[in-house]
Design a protein around this ligand. Structure first.
Ligand code: GLN
Length: 216
């Protein structure tokens, strides 16, 4: 069984731990460099990316995490976690930005992108690589992906009229991506009970890495 850590400085930690356990992984919180060193993959949860940046420094985890990611550690970030894994953050009105992303994904994300009215919404969307129908996606002051590098695969975009209001600014926006063993979603699958397909997808990525490492 792969051992997957959840960065546990702040945010939706318990929900990810539970979803990972239900998806066939051993899951444990990560707060210290020794704990980070032991895991085969890491989840960066939702929360608040400016606070997470600060806490990564306080807990002396920023550099160790950046280094493990650069060395190919599989990672999954949801919402604020996507922001943290990105290469560049657009943050309206904040210069210099208060978020220092970890650079594991060649993407540019916009924080709080969906605007005040559509701050939070839910929709069903098609997710490439995930079978058995659309995934229910919960967006809470979510980022979207504004630019992707050549090696980044787009796994999901916002469908037309996502919340049946006729407002369509969000349609077509990129909200799930993968680059090698690094996965990110703007939304929170850990908040949808009874559907672990996104977590299973990530556990599979981690397991595949472990198998490759065992063969090498
Ligand atoms: N708005 C938060 C941020 O920018 C993310 C919100 C979330 O993780 N639900 O960090």
């Amino acid at each position: 069984k792969p051992l997957i850590g959840v960065l546990a400085l702040q945010g939706g930690v318990a929900e990810h731990l539970a979803a990972l356990e239900r998806s066939g992984a051993d899951a444990r919180p990560v707060r210290r460099p020794e704990e980070l060193a032991a895991v085969h993959g890491i989840v960066v949860p939702g929360g608040e990316s400016t606070t997470m940046t600060r806490l990564l420094d306080t807990f002396e985890l920023y550099e160790p995490l950046r280094e493990r990611l650069a060395a190919g550690l599989p990672a999954y970030g949801s919402c604020a976690g996507m922001i943290m894994l990105s290469g560049e953050v657009l943050d309206e009105g904040r210069k210099p930005p208060a978020v220092r992303p970890l650079g594991a994904l060649d993407i540019v994300v916009r924080r709080n992108a969906f605007g005040r009215q559509v701050d939070s919404f839910e929709t069903d969307l098609d997710f490439a690589g995930i079978p058995d129908g659309p995934v229910h996606a919960v967006f809470i002051r979510a980022p979207w992906v504004e630019k992707v590098g050549a090696d980044v695969e787009v796994l999901a975009t916002v469908p037309d009229d996502p919340d049946n209001t006729g407002r369509n600014e969000a349609a077509g926006r990129i909200v799930a991506v993968q680059q090698g063993p690094v996965l990110a979603t703007s939304f929170h699958p850990e908040l949808v009970g009874g559907d672990e397909r996104v977590h299973r997808y990530f556990v599979k990525i981690v397991q595949a890495r472990l198998n490759t490492a065992a063969q090498a």
